[in-house]
Design a protein around this ligand. Structure first.
Ligand SMILES: [Ca+2]
Length: 384
């Protein structure tokens, strides 16, 4: 607890910083971009930078967040916004418990330049025997909740199981950082070496406090990833507040202890982001032989813009038996995933594939969760 005397001193110290825009105005929301831990850019390689490169821009490795003028200014700003109804002293009491985490500051850095993307290697990290076995156990143990989520939200049980498997290995890798530490580190000591995303994490920090109060828990009790993502589906606090659901009917939302709550929340998240019931997500294809036509189709990336006619005019080889489906379920994007030194792989992807990337904005990620889920579905059908 912060003493009254310290509290008064902090208020006095904040006077100038409050009037000098010490707190960055958050830019437009970008909440899904790094929601989940695994993307090709997120978990590669052991370490990317020596510890000194991740040193905080200001303050020090001891944190001391509640004593820093710019943090106080942020806290005061929140009282008129996300934390309306809170007392400043209560916010500072929470912040006073936060510790700077150098490992968090390292993990947020991008991988070294020059590391080639490799879909085959990425896929093999997730679609492997141990994760498949864990996925089959998870599906069997949660058959009812998965079927209910599929029925209610239109999102396939396979995709929900694929997401939870890639995110946390079915709850085996939930993250051991205190979300309060991770979010304070990234909010107020965001490292140099990549674009500053601290405004996003300051919004998530405020959301964590809101979430804790809504749940009658202490903010310091929440544990998760280095980016503050929580539970089986790795929801950031703001996503928990907006999209999480009590799916087992016990009156509370627990995305860590309740598999059913996590399942219902993942399905609800996708539905709220525009999932279309019954639409397929992707089809393997060959690229157009003509390089210019290929580049033109690839230009919009995962944004589906191309009709069947567009694809045919570009010279994309399309089996006749696929054409009715392509016509009904378009428009399409052409997605290219690189395979290191080997030739790239190509798919036609739909609006629903784009929706999966709202969970984590990476085509590699989306393809991995879809393929893991599909493999699990096939194994179940085969009675494995
Ligand atoms: Ca519940």
């Amino acid at each position: 607890m912060i003493s009254r005397r310290l509290f008064a001193a902090l208020l006095a110290a904040s006077a100038t910083s409050l009037s000098s825009a010490a707190v960055a105005t958050p830019s437009r929301p970008n909440k899904a971009k790094r929601r989940a831990t695994p993307s090709p850019r997120k978990r590669p390689a052991p370490r990317r930078q020596p510890p000194s490169a991740a040193a905080p821009a200001h303050g020090g490795p001891t944190g001391g967040y509640a004593q820093r003028p710019e943090v106080l200014a942020w806290a005061q700003e929140q009282l008129a916004g996300a934390l309306a109804g809170w007392q400043l002293e209560d916010v500072l009491t929470v912040l006073d418990q936060a510790q700077y985490q150098p490992r968090v500051a390292q993990l947020i850095l991008p991988p070294p330049v020059g590391v080639a993307k490799d879909w085959a290697a990425y896929r093999d990290r997730f679609i492997e025997p141990r994760r498949l076995q864990a996925g089959l156990r998870f599906w069997a143990a949660n058959e009812d909740a998965l079927a209910r989520a599929e029925q209610l939200h239109g999102v396939s049980a396979a995709l929900i199981a694929g997401i939870i498997g890639v995110e946390t290995f079915y709850g085996q890798v939930l993250g051991s950082f205190r979300a309060l530490d991770a979010l304070c580190t990234l909010s107020f000591d965001f490292p140099g070496g990549r674009s500053d995303r601290s405004p996003l994490f300051r919004r998530e920090l405020a959301a964590l406090l809101q979430l804790a109060r809504a749940q009658g828990r202490e903010p310091a009790d929440f544990k998760g990833s280095f980016a503050g993502a929580l539970g089986l589906g790795q929801f950031l606090p703001s996503s928990w507040l907006s999209y999480a659901r009590d799916f087992d009917g016990d009156g509370i939302i627990d995305l860590t202890a309740s598999s059913a709550d996590a399942i219902g929340s993942v399905a609800n998240y996708l539905q709220e982001h525009g999932w279309k019931r019954g639409q397929i997500t992707h089809l393997r294809c060959e690229p157009p032989a003509d390089a210019a036509a290929r580049e033109r189709l690839l230009a919009p990336d995962i944004d589906p813009r191309w009709s069947l006619d567009d694809l045919q005019n570009a010279g994309l080889p399309l089996p006749t038996e696929q054409q009715a489906l392509l016509s009904e379920q378009g428009p399409w994007a052409l997605v290219q995933l690189e395979n290191g030194e080997q030739p790239a792989s190509y798919w036609l992807t739909s609006h629903n594939f784009w929706v999966v990337t709202r969970y984590n904005r990476s085509a590699y990620y989306a393809m991995a969760v879809l393929e893991l889920g599909e493999r699990l579905r096939q194994l179940r059908l085969a009675g494995t």
